[in-house]
Design a binder for this molecule. Structure first.
Ligand code: NAI
Length: 345
């Protein structure tokens, strides 16, 4: 019998990529525009598996309801899992994810935002559409020879570093679990704050990394530093960032993610008044670029997300085991295949 999957927060591009590939799997996909919330969780009744994205907050109470409906599997169609109460889910609900779908997509978007910002492409685009060919105020700076601090050197961080090295930049990196990649020069966070002209975030959001960029760390940075965040919004204290932009301590910010994005991003609010004053003020700044969690959005990534998600669901339904399961306690998970030491996930 086909596995019945309910997909929440399903945008038109999700439907297209899942529809294009679902014939390869014995599944039935039902799409819901809405987020999975307390108010919508009853829609899950009767499904075998639930599929959600980055801004569906899977709380203990939602997990209880899913358990009550006899649902055993939550399939994240993303890599990060900070939106799920993993500890509470342990023993109640199995969680699978897509650990990598295109690190290039995110790394390339980070660079695209950085280049747009420092070469003022966003300003030039608007000017020339109005036949204003003045160059006044559009002066940028070379990336070649600049120092970039990269925090998190996993799949995306490494792709991003490769691109930066190609530009002739000096890369300083920090990772809680440094790799032995000879191309990467690791240092401390304090050295990054002190020396970097640009800082790009590529680590997950955890209790430890929450507000990694705050008033204190910003005060240690070079005046005029550019900050790029394509990872998770809450890595940055947005109010502290706004204050630092106003005081000119931060010279530019490229934000693909925002800590309060969940009720805004992926929806059209043009014509509405946004209640979030910090986001509205950030967007009004000439040196802030915001994209709405778009870094993953390439054809290649969407294909891989759909393929790996459906493969995760069918693998788990057939055997009760999936290599992409997130286990809260590795030692208790039967046949755990994880190889990295010191990391549960
Ligand atoms: P990954 O797991 O391959 O790499 C994450 C790296 O961060 C690892 O090397 C890990 O050791 C390091 N890390 C963990 N805790 C740390 C800490 N406290 N300080 C410094 N480094 C730490 O993950 P990947 O695929 O590179 O993704 C990175 C992040 O990018 C994800 O966690 C996710 O939040 C974000 N992302 C954003 C997307 C977007 O569309 N904007 C799409 C995909 C991922």
């Amino acid at each position: 019998m086909s596995v019945k999957i309910a997909l929440f927060d399903a945008q038109e591009y999700d439907r297209a990529s899942f529809d294009a590939i679902k014939e390869n799997y014995d599944v039935e996909c039902t799409y819901f525009d809405t987020h999975l919330t307390e108010a919508t969780v009853s829609l899950c009744e009767g499904f075998d598996a639930i599929c959600v994205f980055v801004n569906d907050k899977i709380t203990s109470s939602i997990i209880d309801k899913l358990e009550k409906y006899g649902i055993r599997l939550l399939a994240l169609r993303c890599a990060g899992y900070n939106n799920v109460d993993i500890e509470y889910a342990y023993g109640r609900l199995h969680i699978v994810r897509v650990p990598a779908y295109s690190p290039y997509a995110v790394a390339e978007h980070a660079i695209a935002m950085l280049l747009t910002s420092i070469r003022r492409i966003h300003k030039a685009y608007i000017r020339t559409r109005d036949f204003n060919f003045s160059l006044s105020g559009l002066t940028g700076f070379d990336l070649h020879g600049k120092t970039i601090g990269v925090i998190g050197t996993g799949k995306i961080g490494k792709c991003f570093i490769d691109i930066c090295l190609g530009f002739g930049m000096k890369v300083l990196a920090f990772d809680k679990f440094p790799s032995d990649d000879p191309r990467i020069t690791y240092t401390t966070l304090d050295e990054i704050w002190k020396n970097a002209d640009i800082i790009s975030l590529h680590c997950p959001l955890t209790d430890e990394t929450m507000h990694l960029i705050d008033e204190e760390s910003i005060s240690k940075m070079k005046r005029g530093v550019i900050i790029v965040n394509t990872s998770r919004g809450a890595l940055i204290d947005s109010e502290a960032l706004l204050n630092a932009i106003k005081s000119r301590q931060v010279g530019g910010a490229c934000l693909d993610v925002y800590e309060e994005e969940s009720n805004l991003f992926f929806r059209d609010f043009s014509g509405h008044i946004i209640d979030d004053d910090i986001l509205a003020r950030l967007i009004s700044m000439p040196n802030v670029i915001v994209s709405s969690h778009q870094a993953f959005l390439t054809n290649e990534a969407l294909y891989n997300i759909a393929d790996i998600t459906l493969s995760n669901v069918t693998e788990f339904m057939a055997s009760g085991i999936c290599k992409n399961e997130i286990c809260y306690k590795c030692s208790k998970f039967p046949n755990c295949t994880r190889e990295q030491v010191n990391k549960c996930f």
